[in-house]
Design a protein around this ligand. Structure first.
Ligand code: ZN
Length: 341
């Protein structure tokens, strides 16, 4: 009896110790049909959801997110970060709030678009935001996420002015003088919150739907971002984003694109990522049919081969030494990447 009690005490102690010291960072890149929904789970179990996909479709995207939250062993959203107020990012927040508790809402401020559809979507978001805490994020802000740190690098057209403290940051970026500019679109895309998440030596970056010129300004003339291990291709991998000067400067090792069958996944953008000398691998949330579907990675690295209602995601488990493992929920296919060479 005494032995049984001791064994129980030891096992509780060991599980507490592993909970404190041995947890990894988990990231779920959830397929929401060309929108964005990325769930981060910290080493202490906090949840940060970046965007919540589309509204409508009988709660399709909210249910997909809830499935990922459940898979992670969590039951609520601690931080709901909305990169910008387009329907493929903020649309699903209100429906998600009907399924899971959301504690704190993070965004760039007020919606800048005035079309009836945009206003209606935004009002749906405000109705749920009012029920939780709310904080506006500005470029240069940072906050702890478990034992990691989230660095906000862009928000409402503001960009960080000084380099982050990171490997590769602070250097002069090659190609800035010859870099071409593209016309902005004046929409919410340019307002996107972008951030870098540092977890030990592992670094991930998500710039929402930020556009080409802002991407360039983050690395020109000096690189303010530094080396990134895991890169979510900006703006669903679409044409107005993916500035090669930036994509090369951040020296990504693995890229994931959140395009839909006919949205984003632009062949030029995807080819620019493929051509980066440091890139080791690429994954996709949906298979693209653009240009006859020749610009896709192998099927085993695509979460959804066709748009689907069933939940699917690409899951990343990252360790503090900078190594990480990527797994496709559809088929269990998995690949591991060691520390940066
Ligand atoms: Zn978008």
């Amino acid at each position: 009896m005494a032995f049984a009690r001791l064994a129980l005490a030891v096992s509780i102690f060991l599980s507490l110790v592993s909970g404190v010291f041995a947890q990894d960072l988990k990231i779920y890149f959830i397929d929401v049909d060309g929108g964005q929904a990325t769930l981060f789970v910290s080493d202490s179990g906090e949840t940060l959801l970046v965007d919540a996909g589309w509204a409508g479709h009988e709660n399709r995207d909210a249910l997909k997110i809830a499935a990922a939250v459940k898979d992670a062993g969590a039951s609520r959203i601690d931080w709901m970060l909305t990169t910008h107020f387009h329907a493929d990012h903020v649309g699903g927040v209100a429906q998600l709030a009907g399924i899971l508790p959301i504690r704190t809402f993070l965004d760039h401020g007020e919606n800048t678009e005035t079309s009836p559809n945009s206003v209606r979507t935004y009002e749906g978001y405000l109705a749920v935001r009012e029920k939780g805490a709310h904080k506006v994020l500005k470029a240069g802000d940072r906050f702890a996420f478990g034992s990691g740190t989230v660095h906000v690098v862009s928000s409402r057209k503001g960009l960080i002015a000084r380099p982050l403290k990171a490997p590769g940051a602070g250097r002069k970026t090659p190609g800035c003088a010859e870099a071409v500019e593209k016309k902005g679109d004046g929409s919410e895309n340019e307002m996107s919150i972008g951030f870098v998440l540092d977890f030990g030596r592992f670094r991930a970056m998500d710039l929402g739907d930020l556009l080409w010129n802002e991407e360039g300004a983050l690395v020109c003339p000096e690189n303010k971002i530094g080396d990134i291990d895991l890169y979510l291709t900006t703006h669903h991998g679409s044409k107005p984003s993916g500035n090669p000067v930036m994509v090369n400067a951040i020296r990504p090792r693995v890229a994931i694109t959140n395009g839909g069958a006919k949205k984003g996944g632009d062949p030029g953008h995807w080819n620019a990522v493929k051509a980066v000398p440091t890139i080791e691998d690429r994954w996709q949330l949906q298979k693209s049919v653009l240009e006859g579907g020749v610009h896709n990675v192998a099927d085993e690295k695509i979460a959804s081969l066709v748009p689907q209602v069933e939940p699917s995601w690409i899951k990343v488990v990252a360790r503090k030494d900078g190594s990480f493992t990527v797994t496709n929920s559809r088929n269990g296919f998995s690949a591991s990447y060691g520390q940066r060479r």
